[in-house]
Design a protein around this ligand. Structure first.
Ligand code: XIL
Length: 333
């Protein structure tokens, strides 16, 4: 049987954006190529989401491929699209060990490394000052066992680079929400305990960290334990929380049963976010299976998004709509 052809959603059809609660943005990561080339992608992006995160366009290797030579093209196009469509931009990411340009040199002295990192944070955050709602200031700073991840930043600068990055970002953009972003910390794990302690300590030192992002690259058959309790204990530290990169991968082939279990995990994560008053955004890591990073990263897995390859909504999309509707009818007035 041929699947029905894609068409733009009509005004009466439910969209995530249309049902979004006023205090919780519904976001997605955006793929530059699809944004530039695919009209259907753009229509769905604009109608379904009120926040967007550049999947790769604001990573260091993309912004500064050669030293002191910046290429702002893809990042600017994303910000312009967001502004034209009334969407918030979630900046991703200032300090990471991944996607580093090849000209960064491990043989530099600590003071050279520090100057280069500071310049990067300051240049990027200043450029988008006032146009970016939030920044992932640091991304993936922890190892699986909860110790600080062994990166060029830790090796050269010691643990203080994390606090410094937040201070530099704050100086460059006084209004953006400043986040630490991590994976494998969605449930109660050793790593999430370590993240909790790190955030507590940074706050106690007066570091301007305001939010904790939970990436949430999940597997339908291995859901995290106590997502809600975990979000709550972070919120109790006085930070906002956000789901920043949710996808739920399936071992291929996807079956109707797997799609249903995927839908229920998407819904559980959204329900947890909506149950925490300071969960400010719920972002999926790409909205269509046509652009998802999962098949490239996890062999044998895929079908991780809420729209399929043909941009048709999957059960997971219906589950998010159902969860938003339930909140809508539960809220007074
Ligand atoms: C991934 C992108 O989705 C891929 O296209 C790219 O090749 C590698 O990076 N955690 C993050 C994201 O913080 O930046 C990563 O994005 C996925 C894992």
């Amino acid at each position: 049987m041929n699947a029905p052809a894609w068409r733009a959603p009509s005004a009466s059809e439910p969209t995530l954006r249309g049902l979004a609660l006023p205090n919780v943005r519904m976001g997605t990561a955006v793929d530059d190529r699809l944004l530039a080339e695919d009209e259907r992608y753009r229509t769905t992006l604009a109608s379904q989401f009120n926040a967007i995160t550049p999947e790769n366009a604001m990573k260091w290797s993309v912004l500064e491929p050669a030293r002191d030579h910046y290429d702002w093209g893809a990042a600017d196009r994303l910000v312009e699209f967001a502004e034209a469509n009334g969407q918030a931009v979630y900046g991703h990411t200032l300090v990471w060990y991944g996607s580093l340009p090849s000209w960064i040199d491990e043989s530099w002295s600590p003071s050279q490394v520090r100057a280069v990192l500071r310049k990067h944070v300051t240049t990027v955050a200043s450029r988008y000052r006032g146009r970016v709602w939030a920044w992932d200031v640091v991304n993936e700073v922890l190892a699986e066992d909860g110790s600080l991840r062994d990166t060029i930043w830790l090796r050269k600068l010691g643990p203080g680079y994390i606090a410094d990055a937040f201070r530099w970002a704050r100086e460059a953009d006084p209004d953006a929400r400043l986040f630490i972003n991590e994976y494998g910390t969605e449930g109660r794990t050793k790593k999430s305990d370590a993240l909790w302690r790190l955030v507590r300590d940074l706050r106690a030192q007066g570091v301007p960290i305001q939010g904790v992002g939970f990436q949430s690259h999940l597997r339908a058959d291995q859901p995290p334990t106590d997502i809600l309790g975990n979000l709550r204990r972070f919120a109790a530290l006085g930070v906002v929380v956000a789901v920043t990169e949710l996808d739920v991968r399936l071992k291929l082939p996807a079956t109707p049963e797997k799609l249903v279990s995927q839908a229920s995990l998407y819904q559980r994560v959204l329900a947890a976010c909506l149950a925490v008053p300071t969960c400010e955004s719920f972002t999926v890591w790409g909205f269509t299976d046509a652009g998802s990073w999962i098949p490239h990263r996890y062999q044998g897995y895929g079908a991780a998004c809420v729209f399929d390859m043909g941009m048709r909504p999957k059960p997971a999309h219906g589950a998010l709509v159902a969860e938003l509707r339930e909140r809508e009818s539960a809220s007074p007035g």
